[in-house]
Design a protein around this ligand. Structure first.
Ligand SMILES: Nc1ncnc2c1ncn2[C@@H]1O[C@H](COP(=O)(O)OP(=O)(O)OP(=O)(O)O)[C@@H](O)[C@H]1O
Ligand SMILES: [Mg+2]
Length: 1013
């Protein structure tokens, strides 16, 4: 462990530094978390150097050594944290993060290594990037990244620079390095990968970097730039155009597109973010493109003088020039060139330009005379900090603000970059929010990592750097806003700031808007102002800078603020979320506050129950799961787990549901809470029914046992659910009348609880027996009307009643609107995330389709469910869907497909599922008939009719008879009439006009005394 005070190496378990006595564990007054790059540099062989060298000379040498290191580190923007003997430690990223900190650090390392060699010394250097905490305004950091950097330095050979993997990722495109064997570093339990730096790659001249993908979008912007160039050529009045926008939005690329199209001589130069003597760097680049400046300038004294001025600017002459003289020289140069050809001069990244250079650019476009010149600049909004007047309207100036690319353009870019899976394309487009640089980096990370769409470190650095460039109060505003989320309110920011800082918030927010970090948006809280982070990743970057201890506090303060503003309207889910965050960060730091945890759990549970009540099962599962996690060992946990299990069951997560419910049963039992125990037991039995091992008899017994156990206590909720379970077992056994009775019991008990949502849920359970059982069609329609009269205020009930009507109307041959009703219900269930039920509703749509003989639509819906049940591993459910699907394809003439579906249905079905037994035989009988195997057809159809005797679903039994009648008719057996008559009788009992018509048609065809025309 390295002492944070003096840098001395200490034993890993030491609590105090052996050299200076400072406590080693103490965290500094932590104010910011940052990703920084740490450099350790140590002299090799200093002991023997001391033996060999005269002390006086040694002292002189060492102080030169120290000076050299400090100069180099500081020139690259590093802050030298300390010198310990011969070793130096420096941090890049404090007090301010730069987007290229890692590269700066590696460059400095290489320079240090080479510079000390000229002193006859040798060093070894370690560089590593990672998250640290530091006191505000201090350069004093703690974090694993520091230790690893120190260890890398120790592991480095003489004259070597070793960098960590995180650093390497950030500088990969700019240096050459070789991976070392993974290193076993002291104090690290795992091997650490590291890279040995060879050299910097050559700098790539501006606008020549290879392009990854074709240009997309930006048609209008490009047209405006071309227009500006045309104006310059047409009027010979110099034009200035500036492309403005956040990093990566495509400013340079747009400029490059113009360069590619311009019919003009082009000179390009870019402003550098740091370095010595960089003021005229862009000019220097242009000069090297021109080659012989003297030749380019015109003959005469002005030309000579201009050449001298320019040489002075770029360090080619000892004659110093003033900025004004240099600007004049540059103007003369450009004028001379533009007299020969139209000239396009591009200055990239002028937000980094020195003020002197900005003056030069403005001077150039104001004073250049009578030449076809377009000066094109690119800049981030930071430029306006320095030079607010840049946007001032001027006759010859254009400012182009680049907006994010459209989603379509982005998607095109993603696929141009080689990403083809439509899912991934969509996710990248969503994350990148129109920023092409983000698109590129996300695609690259994905290709590298193979999985996960994490924020690439390069973007992280870019975004953090933008925030770090802000003045402290503005940054504080960003951080407070990020606690609320992507969308935040002025009032919340103020409330989370210390009292004295609140007055300035309005102005600071405006500054942030101007800098394109945030933009105004709708306020959710009445009477407040809303803002939105310009990009989700900006919000994340701001949030990441807040130390966890402070996050814990801020989330709690935010919850308090929102509650104070919205009172009872404050959404449980949101307040619960912030308290949850507060609790979690506290827990991570070993200071979990159980009161906050319980409070959060309470609110999340309430939100979860509300979601459950409105049937939104994915949300319910999420919220209840989070609530349960917050209160291990709490008396409420079993209840939450029971609810969670039910929600998971509904979403089709059977295995997780079972494990939650099993825990709920045992916790409920241990706590002597019969209500919760039985709720969980019933749900567990219902869930088991969906799984491979599902046992209908067992579930039935469990339902009865629940009633026996909870009847005397008047526990209507348990009773309702128990009857519902019993009803389900009757459904599995095709006992429609019993199913209906049980469902009615369930509704009655549910009504007793006064819980409307429960009553609705139980009433929905009545639909099955009413639609498929012996209940006549008109009674079914009345059922729907009654339900509407009683519970019609619940939107869910409206959809549900409409769907029951669809089933009934289809039997009356009224197909108009029947599909809509069934489909709307199905869609509703889908939106609620009740995946099992959704897959089940295919049977509803199929029911309507089958009476309407719309086989293609039926097939499509069934296939979707078939696949869902397959994915969820629910074979028993899939077996029946397979039989229906077989019917749908058979009617479309696909006999072989129908044959294999009938086999599948047979194999997947459980032994006690009589309905399925009947269904696959009916299908196979028709397959056999279609193939001309009439004996088999007949045998199967007769068998199906036999089984149908035990099936309580009237229409289905009638259809079995009708199938048999059809086959007998083909065979020419007069028994066909009797079978059709059976079918007719059943259809008439049901009031099924469509079925009855089919039966009559068949009877007509088999008429004993056929009338001949
Ligand atoms: N319209 C576009 N079509 C295709 N690729 C684009 C487009 N715009 C930008 N890109 C690509 O996205 C990346 C980022 O663009 P660019 O370098 O122009 O951003 P910038 O706005 O100049 O950012 P910075 O402020 O960092 O200089 C580049 O690789 C560029 O080629
Ligand atoms: Mg650029």
């Amino acid at each position: 462990m390295i002492c944070p005070s003096c840098g001395r190496e200490n034993a890993d378990d030491a609590r105090f530094c052996s050299a200076c006595g400072s406590p080693l564990e103490v965290e500094p007054a932590a104010d910011v978390r940052k990703t920084v790059t740490v450099v350790f540099c140590d002299l090799v062989g200093s002991t023997s150097l001391g033996e060999r060298t005269d002390p006086e000379a040694l002292r002189e040498l060492m102080s030169r050594y120290h000076r050299e290191l400090r100069t180099i580190l500081e020139r690259h923007g590093g802050s030298v944290e300390k010198f310990v003997g011969d070793a130096a430690m420096a941090v890049f990223g404090l007090p301010q993060v730069h987007e290229d900190d890692a590269l700066r650090a590696v460059r400095a390392a290489i320079e240090m290594r080479d510079a000390v060699a000229t002193l006859g010394l040798k060093v070894r250097i370690g560089v590593n990037t990672g998250e640290v905490v530091a006191g505000a305004g201090e350069t004093f950091v703690t974090g694993d990244a520091v230790n690893v950097a120190a260890r890398l330095e120790q592991a480095a050979g003489t004259g070597e620079v070793l960098i960590g993997a995180a650093t390497e990722r950030l500088v990969r495109s700019r240096i050459r390095a070789d991976a070392t064997e993974p290193l076993a570093l002291k104090g690290k339990s795992e091997l650490v990968s590291a890279f040995r730096v060879r050299e910097l790659r050559d700098d790539i001249p501006a606008f020549t970097r290879p392009i990854a993908a074709p240009f997309v979008g930006r048609k209008t912007e490009l047209a405006r730039l071309e227009q500006a160039l045309e104006t310059a050529v047409g009027t010979r009045a110099p034009q200035l155009a500036t492309i403005v926008g956040p990093p990566g939005i495509g400013k340079s690329r747009l400029a490059r597109e113009l360069i590619g199209r311009a019919n003009a001589r082009v000179l390009v130069g870019r402003c550098l973010s740091y370095g010595e003597g960089i003021t005229y760097w862009p000019l220097q680049e242009m000069v090297s493109q021109i080659g012989d400046v003297r030749a380019a300038l015109e003959e005469g004294p002005d030309g000579d003088l201009a050449a001298v001025r320019i040489a002075g600017a770029i360090g080619d002459s000892d004659t110093p020039s003033t900025p004004e003289e240099i600007a004049w020289g540059a103007r003369k140069l450009f004028e001379a060139i533009a007299r020969v050809d139209p000239l396009l001069v591009v200055f990239d990244d002028i937000h980094w330009a020195e003020p002197t250079f900005l003056d030069l650019v403005e001077y150039l476009t104001t004073f250049a005379q009578e030449i076809p010149l377009l000066v094109l600049c690119t800049a981030r909004a930071d430029l306006f900090d320095q030079r607010p007047t840049w946007t001032a309207p001027r006759p010859n100036a254009t400012v182009l603000m680049l907006e994010p690319l459209s989603a379509d353009d982005c998607a095109e870019l993603v696929s141009d970059l080689g990403e083809s899976s439509s899912d991934t394309v969509e996710r990248i487009v969503e994350t990148a929010e129109g920023n092409p640089l983000f698109v590129e980096q996300l695609v690259a990370t994905l290709a590298e990592e193979g999985a996960g769409l994490e924020v690439p470190p390069t973007l992280q650095a870019l975004l953090t750097a933008r925030i770090d460039r802000l003045a402290e109060p503005e940054r504080a505003v960003m951080e407070r806003g990020s606690v609320e989320g992507r969308l935040f309110h002025r009032g919340a920011v103020a409330a989370l700031l210390p009292e004295p800082d609140r007055g300035e918030v309005g102005g600071q927010l405006l500054t942030l808007v101007r800098k394109e970090l945030i933009r105004p948006d709708h306020a959710i809280v009445p009477g407040d102002d809303g803002f939105r982070f310009g990009h989700a990743l900006i919000r994340d970057a701001a949030y990441d800078e807040i130390p966890k201890r402070q996050r814990a506090v801020l989330h709690q303060s935010y919850a308090a603020w929102l509650t104070s503003r919205l009172g009872d309207d404050a959404p449980d889910e949101i307040i619960g979320y912030h308290l949850e965050q507060s609790y979690r960060y506290g827990a991570e730091l070993g200071a979990a506050d159980p009161v906050v945890g319980e409070w959060a759990a309470d609110l999340l549970a309430r939100a979860g129950e509300a979601a459950h009540a409105r049937g939104d099962m994915h949300a319910a599962a999420n919220l209840l799961g989070r609530a349960a996690d917050l209160i291990p060992g709490h008396p409420r946990r079993p209840e939450l787990l029971a609810g969670l299990g039910a929600a998971l069951h509904a979403t089709g997560e059977i295995e997780r549901a079972r494990s939650m419910l099993t825990e709920a049963v045992s916790l409920g039992n241990a706590a002597g809470d019969g209500h919760v125990e039985w709720l969980a037991r019933i749900e567990l039995a219902a869930t088991d029914l969906e799984s491979e091992s599902g046992d209908v008899e067992e579930a039935f017994r469990e339902g009865k046992a629940a009633i026996a156990a909870r009847e005397s206590a008047g526990d209507h909720e348990v009773l309702a659910r128990a009857w519902h379970l019993i009803g389900t077992t009757h459904n599995w056994r095709s006992q429609a009348a019993e199913w209906r009775d049980a469902s009615e019991q369930a509704v009655t008990h549910a009504r007793e609880t006064g819980d409307l949502a429960l009553e609705v849920r139980m009433a929905i359970g009545l639909a099955g027996p009413i639609v498929y059982g012996p209940v006549p069609v008109d009674e079914g329609l009345r059922f729907a009307d009654d339900l509407m009269a009683r519970l019609g205020d619940v939107p869910e009930v409206q959809g549900f009643a409409a769907h029951v009507r669809s089933h009934m109307r289809a039997r009356l041959g009224e197909f108009d609107g029947a599909f809509e009703g069934a489909n709307a219900w199905r869609h509703h269930i889908h939106e609620l995330g009740q995946d099992i039920m959704f897959a089940g509703t295919a049977a509803c749509v199929w029911d309507v389709c089958s009476w309407a003989r719309d086989w293609t639509h039926g097939e499509q819906v069934l296939r979707e469910s078939y696949e869902m049940f397959e994915q969820m591993g629910m074979n028993a459910r899939r077996s029946t869907i397979a039989a229906h699907l077989g019917e749908a394809v058979l009617h479309q003439g696909r006999v072989d497909e129908a044959a294999s579906l009938s086999i599948e249905s047979e194999q997947l079905g459980t032994s006690d599922d009589v309905y399925n037994d009947m269904a696959w035989r009916r299908l196979r009988a028709k397959v056999a008939s279609a193939r001309g195997d009439l004996d088999q057809a007949r045998a199967l159809a007769e068998h199906a009719v036999e089984i149908a005797a035990g099936v309580g679903f009237l229409d289905e039994v009638a259809l079995a008879w009708l199938d048999l009648a059809g086959i007998l008719q083909v065979v020419g057996d007069p028994e066909a009439r009797r079978a059709a008559t059976e079918a007719l009788g059943l259809f008439e009992r049901k009031g099924n006009l469509v079925g009855a018509r089919w039966a009559r048609e068949l009877l007509d065809q088999t008429s004993p005394s056929p009338r001949r025309a």
